[in-house]
Design a protein around this ligand. Structure first.
Ligand code: SAJ
Length: 440
């Protein structure tokens, strides 16, 4: 790159004046809230997503992310028009900054699928111009930012820290959490160079009050994986404890409540039918995949994955013994799963353990329905399965009702009054004594 300018002051000024155009690749549960927060402080956003359905919804002023409301979409996409949306990367030609917030799922082999990041970088290389800041937010293994973004762009003859700037800042969205939103969650931030750090800090400081700087992009990438591996391993621990307590005839929920009275050094996790969502089941596998390249085998992750992954089958075996008490078998029994979403008060069924239970029950020839106020229907194979309406006469029909997700707005009192038997895997009936209820 000849006649190299110092791009830092130019871009810094544009950021401070909110004149920098920010491209956001991936308008999902991370990208869309980020776009709204940047738009709210006055930036022009160029949003790119491959989903025409998402684009249509946004252009109609409709959100599809739990933590973003229609009012904001109407305000910034329709009224002020400072969020433009397209499925074409061409709109990023005018961008000064690009945030990559694409999914990082798993392949069928349970190995990381970083194809969405690779695709985004391939497109960025086509529209890149000197002086741009690229920030990766997608959860991924340490080394991704350096190898798949900085090194890839350097192949064009650009020098990182001079011709372009690169940073990594993990997303920390907790879908459905009313207290912590994109705006008030501390952001961890690492950059490839000092100038990259200065630019990305200024960028996030336009709408965030707490930014925690680390020394390298790898530290930032690893911090996110530690956070989520911490959760997966501790959920695995408490799930194993629940199986142990079941065998010993001890109420695990009371044990956890008692341990939680310790004012220091303890953090409660709760057993359940397994772990779902787009992060906790996946992120630890990104870490163990990378660690294996260093001949390091992370036994905690493997063990937690195994325990958490087997919870649906454990629940099924418990359900079988609940039915057995009434001389019934799973085969032919009418079962209602109450809650299909992977956790309470969200409309997401990705990796949901309830979904696995639904399939396992079908395999056992049970007659299984579900109710979920957030999930009106879902597609299972070639079939479209609809949620039932939760009514007293309907509840009476089931041999057992399994509480798999503890949504708030469900009439649990009506269910208890009318159900023949309840298997409560989420302790929604905490403290209520009834012969009808079996608790995990
Ligand atoms: N779960 C349990 N027992 C627990 C906690 C959770 O069985 O004690 C289950 C949930 O039911 C769910 C799964 O684990 O199926 C994941 O639960 P989660 O609360 O971690 O929910 P996520 O995946 O939507 O959000 C998490 C964030 N959650 C919290 O910090 C509370 C956080 O770890 C990340 O910011 C986020 O994933 C992410 O996007 O990485």
């Amino acid at each position: 790159m000849k006649n190299r300018r110092d791009y830092l002051p130019v871009l810094l000024k544009k950021i401070r004046q909110k004149k920098a155009k920010i491209g956001i690749i991936g308008l999902g549960y991370v990208g869309l809230p980020l776009a709204v927060e940047f738009a709210r402080v006055g930036f022009r956003i160029l949003g790119v997503d491959i989903s025409e359905e998402k684009i249509k919804k946004l252009r109609r002023g409709k959100t599809y992310v739990t933590d973003v409301n229609n009012t904001d979409i109407k305000e910034f996409v329709i009224r002020k028009k400072n969020i433009s949306i397209s499925s074409s990367y061409r709109i990023l030609k005018k961008a000064d900054i690009i945030c990559i917030t694409v999914p990082t799922p798993l392949k069928k082999t349970k190995d990381p699928d970083i194809s969405f990041i690779v695709a985004a970088v391939t497109e960025i290389k086509k529209i890149l111009h000197p002086g741009m800041l690229i920030v990766l937010e997608s959860t991924t293994y340490p080394g991704t930012t350096r190898e798949l973004i900085a090194a890839e762009i350097a192949q064009l003859g650009y020098v990182v820290g001079k011709d372009f700037f690169v940073a990594y800042s993990p997303e920390r969205v907790d879908p459905g959490n009313p207290d912590f939103r994109t705006k008030n969650i501390t952001k961890v931030l690492g950059a490839m160079t000092e100038k990259g750090k200065e630019l990305s800090y200024e960028l996030y400081a336009t709408f965030l009050t707490h930014i925690h700087l680390v020394d390298t992009v790898e530290e930032a990438e690893m911090s996110k994986l530690l956070e989520n591996t911490f959760r997966a391993v501790n959920i695995g621990l408490v799930n194993e404890m629940s199986i142990m307590c079941d065998r010993m005839g001890i109420n695990i929920w009371n044990v956890i409540d008692a341990a939680s009275t310790k004012p220091f050094g303890f953090m409660p996790f709760y057993p359940g039918p397994g772990i779902g969502g787009h992060c906790i089941p996946l992120d630890p596998l990104y870490l163990s995949y990378r660690a294996k390249m260093y001949n390091f085998y992370n036994r905690f992750i493997e063990l937690a994955t195994d325990i958490n992954g087997n919870m649906p089958r454990f629940i099924l075996s418990k359900l079988s013994s609940v039915l057995n008490k009434e001389k019934k078998s799973l085969h032919g029994s009418k079962i209602l799963l109450l809650g299909l979403a992977y956790k309470a008060n969200v409309n997401d069924i990705r990796e949901s353990p309830s979904l696995e239970m639904f399939r396992l029950l079908l395999d056992e020839r049970a007659k299984v329905d579900y109710f979920d106020p957030f999930i009106p229907e879902f597609v299972e194979g070639k079939k479209r399965v609809k949620s039932i309406a939760l009514k007293p006469e309907g509840v009476k029909k089931y041999d057992c009702i399994v509480i798999t997700t503890a949504h708030d707005d469900v009439d649990y009192e009506m269910v208890l009054k009318n159900a023949r038997a309840i298997f409560d895997t989420r302790n929604v009936y905490k403290g209520i004594k009834s012969d009808k209820i079996t608790t995990l």
